[in-house]
Design a protein around this ligand. Structure first.
Ligand SMILES: [Ca+2]
Length: 268
């Protein structure tokens, strides 16, 4: 039965061909698989490299950040120091301005270079030029009223004033200090020297007196107090014939400003 034989032969051929096709497909698929795997591996490697690079970069950044995070400890210490210094300055200012008492000293050396540059006493026509002795420099007061002024800080209470002058006073003459107690040229006086019935020694002497700012109702203008020497025997009326004068070497002023501790009686 050739037909039947042919028929089976035909199927056999077809089956072989099919098998070959399958084989080809298999080979193709295997090749494809291999290529895809290779491609995946390559991509994977690429990704791996990128990730590694990122990790490396990241850790470097972290190190950098750690470095910056560590630095502020110095800055913190500096900040604390700045705050402490500021606090102690404020504390000191508060203490010195409110709690502790203060003495302000003003030493006016009459006849010194400073006095020549800017004359302490006024008016200038009631004093002489600077006189230089072996032991001191000074000026002579030639008229009854000679003025000077000095700073008085706010809330001060007492003014201690010392003066070094030459005792050439005639008998029964005297000298006082005036401190301004009214705006219109009115002064309150402390008598500081009286020449009784004795002859003048002709020596330099130091005498002091004190004014109370509130008790004496002193007038402080522009944070300054005006004071004067009052030496009646130098008044033009009495001094016409004898031409007298009083040598003054220096004036030393101490202005006392009590703090709260002193006001509360905690300290003297
Ligand atoms: Ca002097």
């Amino acid at each position: 039965m050739p037909d039947k034989f042919k028929y089976s032969d035909h199927y056999k051929k077809q089956a072989v061909k099919r098998l070959e096709d399958i084989q080809k497909q298999k080979t193709f698929l295997e090749k494809l698989e291999k290529e895809v795997k290779q491609e995946i591996q390559q991509e994977y490697k690429k990704v791996e490299t990128i990730v590694e690079d990122n990790i490396k970069e990241g850790s470097e950044k972290i190190k950098e950040i750690e470095h910056y995070v560590k630095e502020p400890s110095h800055i913190k210490i500096l900040k604390i120091l700045v705050v402490l210094i500021a606090l102690s300055i404020i504390g000191y200012l508060v203490y010195s301005n409110f709690f502790s008492s203060q003495d302000f000293n003003y030493f006016y050396d009459i006849g010194s270079e400073k006095d020549s540059a800017r004359i302490y006493l006024t008016p200038a026509d009631r004093i002489t030029d600077v006189i230089n002795d072996t032991d001191s420099n000074y000026r002579n007061l030639t008229s009854q009223l000679v003025y000077f002024d000095f700073p008085v800080p706010a809330n001060s209470e007492t003014i201690n004033i010392q003066v070094r002058f030459k005792d050439n006073f005639p008998n029964n003459s005297k000298m006082s200090f005036g401190a301004r107690d009214q705006v219109d040229w009115h002064y309150v006086y402390n008598q500081i020297f009286t020449q009784k019935n004795e002859n003048a020694t002709g020596e330099w002497i130091v005498i002091q007196t004190e004014f109370e700012i509130s008790q004496d109702s002193l007038v402080i203008q522009n944070q300054k107090l005006s004071m004067l020497f009052n030496i009646p025997h130098l008044s033009p009326n009495q001094n016409q014939t004898n031409n007298m004068s009083v040598p003054v070497d220096w004036i030393n002023i101490t202005v006392h400003k009590p703090g709260l501790f002193e006001k509360w009686g905690w300290i003297k």
